[in-house]
Write a protein of this length. Structure first.
Length: 376
């Protein structure tokens, strides 16, 4: 019956999750158009490399999607150790760029290990909780070791310093821990403790420029030409777009270089100025389709490992989207989180395509899984 249904379309093509891939392709193409405009009407240097990177990482995602479950579970802890060692190597001999030490120069490429830790922490905790007996999920063993697995890379990333990436690692880990069944009171208690410790973290844990970013969020106009410049110009760009925007390649904020980083962190503002509310709603709709598909993959998973893995990868993409949009609209500090599949940048594209590949992998496992109950 399957062969009759697919007709002349080859089975490997027909069985791909096109309900997610087609919107993803549309979003990447739309992002390339925005980057074309951000470069003043040129494919170089942003749009062309954006499309090339996506093509390369799409192949990587297809390879990830083909991996067997046993291999993934076997390689989980070794992968965590390798990335953790790479984070330590960053502290010892990492490349310095823009005042931050976040990269490893491997000769043939410059790698940001902290980006790899975002999906790796998700699969690591999914593996841990899938092997933990259900009766122990409310005990200390369910919290102490996973908590250490999350806290150690977060601490190393904060030393770089990179607050946004550290928060992303923590968010992905917390989502997996919550969905694994840890008592909700632990998370409420952790939230209360974090709020109580916020003043100490602010004054003694953040760099001076990070403190300025937090304060600027509350009143960017107080220093509109200094610390609040990014958010102020972003709001102007978004607001001036109106409902239908100024038109493709007609954005004055980005073309006249008023808007900082129009091709990376503030690409949504670049888009909103030219495409208006309509363009913004399109972007939100596509992300909603991708995220909804990811959660459906998690719900349909037949074992605990796959379910937690899919939910965690979806949460990682969601973190990127939510923080970036809140940031460009002035509701969150500027923490350097790019917009997935639209911003120009290889590291963020790599991370999000690893998440997409992992979701496609779990989707394939679900399709091939025998019907039955949820297992470890």
């Amino acid at each position: 019956m399957q062969r009759e249904r697919t007709g002349i379309v080859p089975e490997p093509i027909a069985r791909q999750p096109w309900s997610m891939l087609i919107p993803l392709f549309m979003l990447v193409a739309f992002g390339a158009a925005v980057l074309y405009s951000a470069a003043g009407g040129s494919m170089q240097p942003f749009a062309a490399s954006h499309l090339v990177r996506f093509a390369v990482f799409m192949i990587m995602a297809a390879v990830i999607a083909s991996l067997p479950r046993e291999f993934v579970r076997f390689m989980t802890y070794p992968a965590y150790i390798v990335v953790l060692v790479m984070l330590m190597a960053v502290e010892a001999m990492g490349a310095l760029r823009g005042g931050s030490q976040r990269w490893l120069d491997l000769g043939f490429m410059v790698l940001q290990p902290s980006e790899l830790m975002k999906p790796v922490i998700v699969v690591t905790l999914a593996q841990f909780y899938s092997t933990l007996p259900v009766g122990l999920i409310t005990g200390w063993r369910a919290l102490v070791l996973p908590g250490a697995l999350v806290a150690l890379p977060m601490a190393l990333v904060l030393l770089q310093p990179d607050l946004g990436t550290a928060l992303a690692i923590g968010f992905g880990g917390a989502v997996v821990m919550l969905l694994a069944g840890l008592p909700l009171r632990w998370f409420i208690g952790g939230g209360v403790a974090a709020v109580a410790a916020a003043p100490l973290i602010f004054y003694f844990g953040l760099q001076e420029y990070q403190q300025r970013r937090v304060m600027t969020m509350f009143d960017p106009e107080a220093d509109a030409l200094g610390a609040g410049y990014h958010i102020t110009q972003s709001k102007i760009a978004i607001g001036s777009g109106g409902v239908f925007g100024k038109g493709f390649n007609n954005g004055s904020q980005s073309h006249l270089q008023y808007l900082p980083e129009p091709h990376t962190d503030f690409v949504f503002a670049t888009m909103a100025e030219e495409w208006g509310l309509v363009g913004g709603l399109f972007v939100l709709a596509v992300f909603s389709i991708i995220l909804r598909w990811g959660m459906r993959v998690a719900r349909e998973s037949r074992d605990r490992f796959a379910s937690l893995l899919a939910a965690g990868m979806t949460a990682t993409i969601f973190f990127y989207v939510a923080v970036n949009l809140l940031m460009v609209m002035g509701f969150a500090p500027v923490v350097g989180i790019p917009l997935p599949f639209m911003s120009h940048g290889g590291s963020s594209m790599m991370t999000n395509m690893i998440c997409i590949g992992a979701l496609m992998m779990v989707n394939r496992w679900n399709r091939n899984a025998p019907r039955g109950g949820l297992s470890g």
